[in-house]
Each structure stands twice: as structure tokens, then as C-alpha cells.
Ligand binder design. Structure first.
Ligand code: C5J
Length: 220
């Protein structure tokens, strides 16, 4: 086991049974002209974590530990997108409509790709998820169970939406979860802080949190 200095207490993980999950570092959320910007958000906050996520990927890639990337992505006919989800945002551009990077949150469109600095490498799993959580309608839990994965390290955006939902789904399925605090971000700093507090409260009710430096020190 490798032990990371984490909050609310040290997080121990078994190499070989631990995967990194990078949530939705796609152009739709991180670059101007995407879905996040269309909703009125400043994407600069999200762009700022790219070096930390790259550092985290480097830790896993150097050791050949499994890496999973997710994208929030819908089929071109939107048959996997509930009407209620399309309607959200009121008058804002909606899922499936055209933006500067193609149709918003639609598979295969330029805006739906992971940002180039964090592009998936050969052999890394890329999950297109129609929901906020990574287990809904993806088959991922069954695949991870078959591979013996028991621990998940989380990064990506946004902390309080897709990262938190995925970490809660994972916790309910029995995974031991660590969130890397400087490799996740929200358009709203207060939401990020509150999410980390909620996830780790009550003795780590959903999981643990630690900065990248703590993980790097643990694996060194
Ligand atoms: C959102 C996400 N915020 N990836 N998606 O709609 O957090």
C-alpha cells in the first residue's frame, strides 16, 4: 500500500488496483466558445488547473497505472439526453445547438474533445457519459470490477457537478476515493471549497482530499 497525507486522515491505496479518473477536461467546459462559456461562466479558472492535471497524469503514466478520461457527451440524435436536461439553462444555447466549436456536448464535435494538453494516450479508457456521473449508462462499474479496481483518484471539472456526482456514485459502489484538490476546479470558488468540505466531512463520508504534492511525495 502507498499512503498519502490526506484530509481527513491518511489515504492508503494499492498500486495495481487504483485508477486515475479525469473528469470532463473537454473543450466544451474549459475553452471559450464551449458549453460552459455559453452558460455565462469564466473558463479561465478551469484552464488554470491544466498543469496540475498534467502532473497527475504523469504520476500514473510513469508507473503504467490505469487512467480513465470521461467526457460529458450525447449521441448526435440526442436520444440519450432527457428533454429536462436539454431545457436547462433557460434562454442559453442548449445541448445539441451549434456553437463556435460545433454542437454543444455532442459526441465527435470539436468542442467535445479533451483539451490537447491532456489528450488521452493509447490504452487509456475514454468514457462518453450522458449524465453527470461516470457510472450512469456507461458500463464502467462492471469493467472496473472485472479488472479488480478498488481505489479511484479523481481530478477534473467541475468539482461540484460531474466530479462530485462521480465520486459519490463511486463511493456508493464501494470504491475508496481520493480527490486531488488542485487538479479539480469550479467556475465558482465557493462551490469548490464547499464540495471538498462536504465530501470529506464526518470522517470522510464520501472520501479523502489531498493536493497533488502529497500524492507525488507518497509515490516518490
Ligand atoms: C457540468 C460538468 N457542469 N462536467 N458538467 O454541467 O461538471
Amino acid at each position: 500500500m502507498i499512503t498519502v497525507a490526506a484530509h481527513p486522515y491518511p489515504y492508503a491505496f494499492p498500486p495495481g488496483r487504483t485508477a486515475l479518473v479525469v473528469i470532463d477536461m473537454q473543450r466544451d467546459f474549459v475553452e471559450p466558445g464551449g458549453f460552459g462559456a455559453a452558460l455565462g461562466n469564466d473558463v479561465a479558472r478551469l484552464q488554470a488547473i491544466i498543469p496540475a492535471v498534467a502532473g497527475l497524469l504523469a504520476v500514473f503514466r510513469a508507473r503504467n497505472w490505469p487512467v480513465i478520461h470521461t467526457r460529458e457527451a450525447h449521441l448526435p440524435d440526442l436520444s440519450d439526453c432527457p428533454p429536462a436536461k436539454i431545457a436547462r439553462g433557460n434562454a442559453s444555447p442548449r445541448i445539441g445547438q451549434h456553437g463556435p466549436m460545433g454542437r454543444l456536448l455532442v459526441r465527435g464535435e470539436p468542442g467535445n474533445q479533451i483539451v490537447p494538453a491532456l489528450a488521452p494516450m493509447d490504452g487509456e479508457r475514454v468514457i462518453d457519459k450522458p449524465g453527470k456521473g461516470m457510472f450512469w449508462a456507461t458500463g464502467l462499474h462492471e469493467a472496473l470490477r472485472a479488472e479488480g479496481i478498488s481505489h479511484l483518484v479523481f481530478a477534473g471539472v467541475t468539482t461540484e457537478v460531474c466530479v462530485q456526482t462521480s465520486m459519490r456514485e463511486a463511493n456508493d459502489r464501494g470504491y475508496e476515493c481520493l480527490l486531488i484538490t488542485d487538479a479539480t476546479e469550479s467556475y465558482f470558488p465557493q462551490f469548490k471549497a464547499a464540495t471538498i468540505e462536504m465530501l470529506t466531512a464526518q470522517g470522510g463520508i464520501v472520501g479523502w482530499a489531498a493536493p497533488l504534492a502529497a500524492l507525488e511525495a507518497a509515490v516518490a
